[in-house]
Design a protein around this ligand. Structure first.
Ligand code: GRF
Length: 193
C-alpha cells in the first residue's frame, strides 16, 4: 500500500477528493497524514476522515529553510512514499525537495508550462486564453517546472470569473491527481529521478 502525505494551505477540496478515493478498500494508496502551513480550512477534512494532521506555521519561522526543516521533520515521522502538494501556497526549500525527489507531486490549475505560479487561473484569464487546463507534475526546484505526469485541457468561457474558471478546473485536477496516485501505487507509472 502506497502511503501519501498531503500538504495544503486552503479549503482542501482536492485533498477531500483524494481522501474519498483512498477510503475505498480497492484504492491502492492511503493518506497517512495531512500537513498545512497555516490554520487551513481543509484540515477539517483530515479530522473527518480520522487522518492525523499537523501545522507548521510559515509566519512562526524566520526563513524558508527553517520552516522547511520543521516541515521535513513532521513529514519524516510518517515516512510517506509520496508527498502531494494540494494547494500548498509555499515553495518548498530545495533541501526538502531534493531529499524526497522525485516523490513530491503538485497539482496546478493550468496547462503547464502555460501559466505557472501562484495565479495560474487569473493569468490565463488576463491573457485572454480560450482554453487553459489542469496539470499534475513532479516538484523540482523551479516554479511549476517539473516533469508533467498528467494534464488535460479546460475551456475558458466568455463570462468566466477567476472563481468560476477555477471551480471548473478543480474537478479535472482531482481526477488527474487520483489517477496519477493510483498509477504510481500500482506501478503503472514510475517516478524517475
Ligand atoms: C488547486 O487548484 C491547486 O492546484 C491550487 O489551489 C487549489 C487548491 O484548492 N494551487 P483546494 O484547497 O484543494 O480547494
Amino acid at each position: 500500500m502506497l502511503t501519501v502525505a498531503v500538504l495544503i494551505s486552503g479549503t482542501g477540496s482536492n485533498l477531500r477528493a483524494l481522501l474519498e478515493a483512498a477510503s475505498h478498500p480497492d484504492f491502492p494508496a492511503r493518506v497517512v497524514v495531512v500537513g498545512a502551513d497555516r490554520d487551513a480550512e481543509g484540515l477539517a477534512h483530515a479530522e473527518e476522515f480520522g487522518i492525523p494532521s499537523f501545522t507548521v506555521p510559515w509566519h512562526a519561522h524566520e526563513s524558508r529553510d527553517a520552516w522547511g526543516e520543521e516541515l521535513g521533520r513532521q513529514i519524516d515521522v510518517w515516512t510517506p512514499d509520496l508527498i502531494v502538494l494540494s494547494g500548498l501556497m509555499r515553495l518548498l526549500p530545495s533541501s526538502l525537495v531534493s531529499r524526497y525527489a522525485p516523490r513530491i507531486l503538485n497539482t496546478h490549475p493550468a496547462y503547464l508550462p502555460e501559466f505557472p505560479g501562484a495565479h495560474g487561473v487569473r493569468d490565463a484569464l488576463a491573457a485572454g486564453a480560450e482554453q487553459t487546463g489542469a496539470s499534475v507534475i513532479v516538484v523540482d526546484d523551479g516554479i511549476d517546472s517539473g516533469p508533467i505526469l498528467a494534464q488535460e485541457r479546460v475551456p475558458v468561457h466568455a463570462d468566466d470569473t477567476e472563481h468560476s474558471l477555477h471551480e471548473r478546473i478543480k474537478p479535472v485536477e482531482r481526477r488527474l491527481l487520483i489517477d496519477v496516485v493510483r498509477r504510481i501505487a500500482t506501478g503503472d507509472l514510475t517516478l524517475t529521478p
